[in-house]
Ligand binder design. Structure first.
Ligand code: PMP
Length: 354
């Protein structure tokens, strides 16, 4: 059910960033959407209000036990000046899956979409029009009961904030260096890997920071039991082209079901390329790199769309992939998906929502 959204417009418009120098997630739009939940009462008071801080008791549950989930999506401005979303229902459904794992209430799909559309309508001028820029959208939900007992909260806040973001690749697609992480793990089966919750990202910081110190862009995560199977790369899903075949780790329960991953698989199918979703061992990838059959590797995610991997390091041995250049399929996927997102190619798959 879609409830009426109360609107309070800002009296102090925020300063828009220079889209050439804007940092990711640092400059926020004029308004935000908020809605409260109480057990027994459901969701109430949907409202759009000026962006800004909210006062909270320091014993609020989210600060202590991390009962929090979020999403990441984008609004794109087409060359005709229209604003569109990319597969928003996928994000809305994934947030419900995350909520189920962390015992948090779902937001009605129609209400969620209505809130998104209304917020974008009010802050439409914040959707940038410069080449390859977009408005990043961050819906999230936090537990708001006050108290230190460990149990599921009975009250929540659902919020949507947005921020204009620049081109992920100001100088064009750029292959990255990846370190295969054999100590820390991101998630385990039965854990929260399938959910987009803050705790997963907190747990990933140590390995990411160490990799960064060593000059790598991201870590490649292995499974938490045997450190044998490949799961994800940084906060992206990963795909390999080995001997003409495209492979990606199956969604075994620790891997986040990326919407870009799903879109790449579906797009490749329309091109007659089949993708095998299965367990992929790190040994298999290393062997392919050694015998010259590892043709392309790329990450997939909303932020970068596709991110070519040029170098993989495993136990101090570095393998160069495709001469450190962008592979043909990687480039085709990037062009195909961004073409649909920015309305440059016809959306025959019905993925965009005005
Ligand atoms: N894995 C993780 C851990 C992520 O945080 C993300 C980004 N949401 C992805 C994969 C890619 O998902 P999507 O394509 O939906 O952005």
């Amino acid at each position: 059910m879609v409830q009426d959204i109360r609107v309070e417009l800002t009296k102090n418009k925020r300063v828009k960033p220079d889209m050439k120098t804007v940092k990711f997630g640092k400059s926020f739009s004029d308004h935000m959407f908020l809605m409260n939940y109480e057990e027994g009462k459901g969701w109430f008071d949907p409202r759009i209000v000026p962006y800004g801080p909210v006062e909270m008791d320091m014993a609020t549950m989210v600060f202590h036990y991390g009962q929090e989930i979020f999403e990441g999506m984008k609004a794109y401005r087409t060359s005709e000046g229209k604003v569109q979303l990319f597969r928003p229902t996928e994000n809305i459904r994934r947030m419900a899956i995350s909520g189920e794992r962390l015992v948090m209430p779902a937001v009605d799909e129609d209400m969620f979409l209505a809130a998104l559309k209304k917020l974008l309508e009010i802050d439409a001028e914040w959707v940038p029009s410069e080449e390859a820029t977009s408005l990043y959208i961050r819906p999230f939900m936090i537990a708001t009961d006050v108290g230190l007992g460990v149990h599921a909260s009975k009250t929540y806040i659902f919020c949507i904030i947005t921020c204009p973001v620049g081109s992920y690749y100001p100088e064009g697609l750029n292959p990255i260096k990846i370190m295969i992480e054999s100590q820390d793990v991101r998630a385990v089966r039965g854990g929260t890997g399938i959910a987009k919750c803050g705790g997963n990202y907190a747990a990933s910081l140590r390995a990411s920071q160490l990799a960064e110190y060593k000059g790598y862009s991201q870590v490649l995560w292995l499974d938490g039991v045997e450190r044998k199977y490949i799961e994800e790369v940084g906060s992206m899903n990963i795909m390999f082209k080995i001997n003409g075949e495209v492979l990606t780790p199956s969604l075994t329960g620790a891997v986040l079901a990326g919407i870009t991953r799903k879109s790449c698989i579906e797009l490749m199918k329309t091109w007659g390329i089949n993708v095998s979703e299965r367990l992929i061992s790190v040994d298999e990838v290393v062997a392919a790199a050694e015998n010259g059959t590892l043709e392309e590797v790329w990450g997939t995610g909303t932020a970068a769309v596709v991110s070519p991997v040029g170098w993989l390091t495993y136990k101090d041995k570095t393998f160069e992939i495709g001469g450190g250049q962008i592979g043909k399929l990687t480039q085709k996927l990037y062009d195909g998906l961004t073409g649909i997102q920015w309305g440059k190619v016809p959306d025959t798959l019905g993925w965009t929502v005005p």
